[in-house]
Design a protein around this ligand. Sequence first.
Ligand SMILES: *[C@@H]1O[C@H](CO)[C@@H](O)[C@H](O)[C@H]1NC(C)=O
Ligand SMILES: *[C@@H]1O[C@H](CO)[C@@H](O)[C@H](O)[C@H]1NC(C)=O
Ligand SMILES: CC(=O)N[C@H]1CO[C@H](CO)[C@@H](O)[C@@H]1O
Length: 500
Amino acid sequence: MRALRYMGWLTTCSVFTAFVSIIWQAWLSLQALNKTTVLLAGLLAIESSLKRSVLEPAPRVAIGYGACTDLQINATDFLGTYFRERVPQVRPDYAFEHVNNEDELLQSFAYYFQNGAAAERIMPNTTLFKQLLDYAKVMNKEHIHWYMGGNAPLMAVRFFMEGADVLLGAHMSKKLRPLLPKEIRLAGDEIPDDDIHLILEYKAGDGWGPYVAPRANRYILHNDRNNPHLSSVEQLTDALKVYQPQLLVISGLQMMDMFKFMPGVREARLRQVRAQLIQQTRNTLHHFEMASYVELKLLEQLREYVLPYVDSLGMNEQELANLQQVLEHGRTMLATDWNPRIANTLDQIRQVFISLVEDFYRNRKADPQRRLVSRIHVHTLAYQVILRVMDSKWKNTRAAAAKAALTAHRYVCKSQFINPESVLKILDDSFATSAQKHAPRMRMGAANAVPCWKEYIQYGEDLQRIEVEICVAPVLVCRVAKKTAGAGDNISASGLVAQL
Ligand SMILES: *[C@@H]1O[C@H](CO)[C@@H](O)[C@H](O)[C@H]1NC(C)=O
Ligand SMILES: *[C@@H]1O[C@H](CO)[C@@H](O)[C@H](O)[C@H]1NC(C)=O
Ligand SMILES: CC(=O)N[C@H]1CO[C@H](CO)[C@@H](O)[C@@H]1O
């Protein structure tokens, strides 16, 4: 009897505990939802300050080079169907510049997949590439999607959607041209067939053998015939003489690592790019969109022919880490942390900025065409950072960062409307502005969804300083990612056009 009463008391007790913990959980998730809603409202309010008056002329933007067709498939389904039982061991320091055969493909994919890192690789073996395309084409229709691809066309469409007048340098087939809004002017020829990029998409939590992807991302394979030649450069250069844009965007140069074995060809093409940049007046701002570059030689050539002549750079966290290694240590770096701390990203941005500023001051006497980089935009899964040199021509830094953050969510969730319940909160309420000791902290919340601050960055042996403004916007990370390939293009373009 007594034991029974005791049991009853115990049951009541545990029911009560469970009840309290359910309420506590609900309260916590309500708190999180509340914070997300507040951040979202803050971002939307800042974004709405960007509305252009109808009286203002549309900004004029030109962009090169190249276009392709993207064939997007479900990565784990695809590999599971065609390469069952062949999941490789990942060697930690192992990744290929070029993917030559099936084994290398599986090794290389596994490496990036388990790091959740975006990758773009060349497959020089045309037979194998065609075989993979054939496999992909017969997959379940629900799992394959065709899109217009290439950094330049994707950014062009985004600029157009944001109200800009756009000129695009690209060769395109009859099939691809109708996918581009007809208002976008095209400098380039009609070609019989477009290059195809095979895009293996995966979600956070997707599994392949023993590997689980820590975040949504994609692995891209290509075997381009047209794009590596940057064949539309000359036509774009001609068109620019009349067009005189406010902004000229250079992208798509990563396809040139196809030319690894013909270095002279590549250099000649890059000289044409430099010639195009040098011909523009200072009224045209230049932006270079980075990409997944693996070959050191190509990065060194970019450092010589492109980076000194641009005002602005756009990149993701992988590309930032890679560029920083190249500029400071002359070596490349493969996958890095998929979700780096804000403090570390800010320090890397400062290092890249300092390297470029020092290059500029070292060489500007000998080469007066050089430009001082005045804007760096880094997009990561969880936040957007824009650095801008004070007194440069770029406007609206805070609003541009908010805009880019909202675009990131809208793109990856494939929805214009943002539902706070579809959001995964990754950032804390505050962050350090540097990994160095005693660095000031910034709060990100109801009072200020996008913190911005000014600081001096020191460069050179005699420690000159330059004043910059930095803004950090939180991304409301999409819980269920629909599409990641092309996200960077939308994000970079939406931030850029907001700053003209
Ligand atoms: C190219 O791929 C095909 C099909 O997988 C293979 O038979 C051939 O050996 C590969 N060629 C080279 C040079 O690796
Ligand atoms: C691919 O398909 C598998 C199962 O069919 C699913 O679990 C996974 O989430 C899918 N991934 C993507 C990116 O659609
Ligand atoms: C969310 C978003 O704005 N996505 C756009 C990205 O750009 C493509 C065109 O390149 C548009 O079709 C998407 O709507």
